[in-house]
Design a protein around this ligand. Structure first.
Ligand code: ADP
Length: 178
């Protein structure tokens, strides 16, 4: 198997070394995947997040995973979709890159991402898929760590969009054989 894969599931059950939280700038929890991760990790996660004093959109911060199977959580606030002309694509790409960079700096070998910004933040799924795939594949091409990256989609529809895009742009290419 290659270094990259797309699956359907609940990221709070992930057995990756680190999972990514589609957070907001406060890092103090929220709805969607953020709420689910905080519920599954337990109150110690919120306590550690309080010490971080937030995080700007497009950047990332690392905490422990507490009650999660994942040892770490990479928290990254995605951009709120505002029509596409407010730097959304650059900020979303930066979320993926920042998480992967932080993983590399900490020697984390496997990372699971949710589809950042595609829920409450309203980023259209196909456009987000294209940005996320490009950012992840570019990073994997240039770095040996992390060894394994997965996107864990909450729904089959979301996975389908990503898989179609992946097959169109990357299947059979050098990136596919990373
Ligand atoms: P954002 O505010 O960044 O849009 P959301 O949590 O609202 O964050 O949604 C981001 C994505 O995470 C959506 O595609 C949503 O379907 C997905 N999601 C929600 N809960 C989970 C979960 N438990 N595991 C994986 N993905 C999830």
């Amino acid at each position: 198997m290659g270094r990259f894969s797309i699956l359907v599931g609940d990221i709070t059950q992930s057995d990756a070394e680190a999972i990514v939280n589609a957070a907001n700038e406060s890092l103090l929890g929220g709805s969607g995947v953020d709420g689910a991760i905080h519920r599954a990790a337990g109150p110690e996660l919120l306590a550690e997040c309080r010490t971080l004093h937030g995080c700007p959109t497009g950047q990332a911060k690392l905490t422990k995973g507490y009650q999660l199977k994942a040892r770490y959580v990479l928290h990254t606030p995605g951009p709120v979709w505002q029509g596409g002309e407010h730097d959304e694509a650059a900020l979303l790409a930066s979320c993926y890159r920042s998480c992967l960079q932080l993983a590399e700096e900490n020697g984390i070998q496997s990372v699971d991402f949710p589809c950042i910004s595609t829920g409450v933040f309203g980023y259209p799924a196909a456009q987000a898929a294209s940005v996320s795939l490009r950012a992840i594949m570019d990073f994997l091409r240039d770095h040996d760590t992390p060894q394994q990256v997965r996107v864990v989609c909450h729904t089959e529809e979301a996975a389908k969009v990503l898989r179609q895009m992946y097959n169109f742009w990357f299947a059979g290419t050098k990136a596919d054989r990373l």
